[in-house]
Write a new protein. Structure first.
Length: 465
């Protein structure tokens, strides 16, 4: 027996799928390799080790989770292992990894799995594993070969979750670098930045079409595509290329709010709940069958910025759960009720403009929904003024003083503008006052409204439009 060197995260071999062991390789040499792996694992105080972790492009793993109660069960050397079944029941436990020293993360996995494999001598092995053994086997066996499509920050948690759960992300397709900032320098998408840091191959086509692009996808040989806010409609030949199809993480409870901006419109329309749908992609926009949904309440004053951050994490977990259902479960995707479909078109600058004649509740929802991009805006002295942090309630400490003399029937009139009290800025709406907590004048950063009022901000009685 000999100790092997454990490869650390960052080595490309940890990102690639290990090659199956051929029939003529079973026997003494493979048995000796397994013994070396056990010795290396014990020396590192681990409970599992896979071939790539010692630099081998070989689909072999060892685990040993024996304890005093069952000293003869829990030690296995497995060649070409496959998870062929899993329980609906899951549990969460802290896991580490010998290739990432110091890492400890809580990971949710099926509580029981069925694994089929060969032993190093070539004998067939079937394991009905539960608890720690099931967890150790799942940790060491890569699951699906995934092609990931995504662009904004919203997509990053799902990309990370796929790798953390052991799926083999064979490539990432994202939007090309775009000019950003005052200098208009080219900037990569958040997904591209994350993929590059993880050593994942990245494709950045202007449009995902053409035979050359399709050939690049074929060479990656994905088993499944996962799409999260990529930014282009995919043609049928792209959707159907992976043998398990293409699946979308959509931020609504389909068939409600199909389209590009479901989070914005859920808030703008006053919904008290939304969620995540994992949908098999078809030619129609967000019209495919749904495999899994997670319902999430919308807090009364939650903005689209905050809700996007929450749903990004919820979507990542929902996708992992959906892949487990797809791989091990007997659940079939459910066709949507197309007659109940509603739509969430892209939010444009004109859509974001504030119409002060609307009721207070609708305006508060609108301003929350447009936060932070594109930002709800109105005009003041002929220039755009973005408004944020809207409420129907006056700020604490306001006594009713300082109400302007403008016509109360004239929506858009500044009713309150008191720089001495945080948030004491109110504009007349169709049926009351909308209180604004933050603004962003042209060329300036977002700021508390009282800071703006202390400068050259609006005065009571002036008109916004």
């Amino acid at each position: 027996m000999a100790l092997r060197t454990i490869v650390l995260m960052g080595d490309p071999i940890l990102r690639q799928e290990a090659a199956p062991v051929p029939e003529d390789a079973f026997g003494p040499e493979l048995e000796a390799l397994a013994e070396d792996m056990f010795e290396t694992m014990y020396h590192a105080d681990g409970v599992g080790l896979a071939g790539p972790q010692i630099g081998l492009d070989t689909r072999i793993l060892v685990v040993d989770v024996r304890d005093q109660d069952e000293p003869n069960q829990g030690k296995y050397a497995l060649v070409n292992p496959r998870v062929v079944g899993a329980s609906r029941e899951t549990d969460k436990e802290v896991e580490g990894c010998l290739s990432i020293p110091g890492l400890e993360e809580v990971v949710e996995r099926p509580w029981a799995v069925r694994v089929e494999a060969r032993d190093p001598s070539g004998g067939e092995v079937v394991i009905e594993a539960e608890a720690l053994l099931a967890r150790a086997l799942q940790h060491e066996i890569r699951l699906m070969r995934v092609l990931f499509w995504g662009t904004p920050e919203f997509a990053v948690p799902t990309l990370r979750a796929l790798s953390e759960e052991g799926h083999d992300v064979v490539g990432v397709v994202t939007q090309p670098d775009r000019p950003a900032g005052r200098g208009r320098k080219l900037k990569p998408s958040p997904v591209k930045q994350d993929a590059k840091e993880e050593g994942i191959p990245v494709l950045t086509p202007e449009r995902p079409v053409g035979e050359e692009f399709l050939q690049q996808l074929r060479e990656l040989d994905p088993e499944i595509s996962v799409v999260v806010a990529y930014g282009h409609i995919l043609k049928p030949e792209v959707l159907e290329l992976p043998r398990r199809g293409s699946w979308n993480v959509h931020a609504s409870l389909l068939p409600e709010l199909r389209g590009a901006a479901p989070i914005h419109w859920a808030i703008a329309q006053g919904h008290d709940a939304t969620g995540i749908s994992i949908m098999r992609m078809t030619e129609g926009m967000d019209a495919g069958p749904v495999l899994h949904q997670v319902v999430e309440a919308i807090d009364p004053l939650e903005t689209s910025t905050l809700l996007t951050e929450r749903l990004a994490e919820i979507g990542a977990q929902a996708l992992i759960e959906a892949l487990a259902l797809l791989e091990f479960g007997d659940v079939e995707p459910v066709e949507q009720d197309h007659e109940r479909a509603t739509f969430a078109p892209k939010v444009t600058r004109e859509v974001a403009r504030v119409d002060w004649s609307r009721p207070v509740s609708g305006l508060v929802n609108h301003i929350r929904a447009m936060d932070a991009v594109p930002g709800a805006w109105t005009e003041w002295h002929g220039e755009p003024l973005k408004v944020f942090s809207a409420s129907a309630d006056a700020p604490s400490g306001w006594t009713g003083a300082g109400v302007g003399s403008g016509d109360p029937r004239d929506p858009g009139t500044v009713a309150v503008a008191d720089p001495s009290l945080p948030g004491a800025f109110a504009v007349r709406a169709g049926d009351g006052l909308v209180w604004i907590g933050e603004v962003q004048p042209p060329g300036k950063k977002r700021m508390p409204v009282e800071a703006w009022l202390r400068g050259r901000g609006a005065e009571a009685g002036q008109l916004l439009g």
